[in-house]
Write a protein that binds this ligand. Structure first.
Ligand SMILES: O=C(O)CCC(=O)C(=O)O
Ligand SMILES: [Fe+2]
Length: 301
């Protein structure tokens, strides 16, 4: 699931600066997607690399990929827009439209480290349990993507991933039946674009095939939502199966993790203790971008 960029593609990409992107509402403009595509499809080994990426995300047993953009990041600097444009161009090759569900945020959203925040939530320092992003929206992003600018300098915080449908097949029929009931809820829903309506309460399983429907789950609800006993127990079983099937790895600078939310759930182990001693500017930093599948027919919202 790790995809290297061939050397000749790397050097071609460094020599081919992409223009600034434009937005159409909260979606990347179609004209930008077309422009990036024309610029890059002519580049040696680009199509072969993006085909690998699509296969990793949607092929049998697949559901996530890490595109290793580290050499490009080093040459172009991760805080340079040129590098972000390339990452954005790769994202569109997933056959998806990048968008920002948060009207007040730029297309790429910072996930830094905040020592005062709920440790189990985004940018907290603790264990970030298995979840899908925007779980309580009727139409969550098809893909969530995380670009690593800086890993935890103290060496913590490996990413965790688990095949959600595989975990579900290991549950008892009784638990699966409970998870299919509209008995779950999580979080707040406020001022979001392109992800449908608030879904509350929702069923975790909706009976659709792997790769089609979501396993609409966040283990964070076990601590933070009031759930009935039987439904909570079934959700706890699912959380345990996700952990049993997990893979984990440390994102390196320039690694671009793309997760197909219809197949895999993601999370992160705790950062190393002592974050308060690390200057803010040196702490772990990721950039997050969401994708809506279905290119060609414009933004599906
Ligand atoms: O910090 C990470 O690696 C994951 C963050 C995450 O999943 C989120 O913010 O939704
Ligand atoms: Fe997440």
């Amino acid at each position: 699931m790790f995809i290297d960029i061939p050397r000749e593609l790397e050097s071609a990409l460094i020599d081919r600066p992409l223009p600034t992107w434009e937005l159409d509402g909260s979606f990347l403009a179609k004209s930008t997607i077309e422009r990036y595509r024309t610029e890059l499809t002519a580049t040696a080994r680009f199509e072969e690399t993006t085909a690998k990426l699509r296969h990793a995300l949607t092929g049998e047993g697949g559901g996530y990929a890490v595109l290793r953009l580290g050499n490009l990041a080093k040459t172009l600097r991760t805080d340079d827009d040129r590098f972000l444009r390339l990452a954005t161009a790769f994202a569109t090759e997933v056959a998806a439209v990048p968008f920002s569900p948060f009207p007040r945020w730029p297309l790429w959203k910072d996930i830094g480290v905040k020592v005062d925040k709920d440790p189990g939530k985004s940018s907290g320092i603790g264990y970030n349990a298995f979840h899908m992003d925007l779980v309580n929206a009727t139409l969550p992003p098809d893909y969530t993507t995380l670009l690593c600018v800086r890993p935890d300098p103290l060496g913590g915080g490996p990413s965790i991933l688990s095949d959600a449908h595989a975990a579900v097949t290991r549950l008892s029929e009784n638990n699966r039946a409970l998870l299919a009931e509209s008995a779950y809820h999580y979080g707040t829903f406020f001022d979001l674009f392109g992800v449908g309506e608030e879904y509350k309460p929702f069923p975790i399983l909706d009976g659709s095939d792997p790769g089609e429907g979501f396993v609409r789950f966040t283990a964070k609800m076990l601590e933070r939502s009031r759930l009935g006993q039987a439904h909570a127990d079934a959700a706890r079983e699912l959380a345990a199966e996700l952990v049993r099937g997990q893979v984990s790895f440390m994102l390196q600078p320039g690694d671009y993790l793309i997760v197909n939310q219809r197949r895999f759930l993601h999370g992160r182990e705790a950062l190393h203790s002592g974050q308060e001693t690390v200057p803010v500017a040196d702490r772990r930093l990721l950039l997050q971008l969401f994708l809506r599948a279905g290119v060609g027919d414009g933004p599906a919202a």
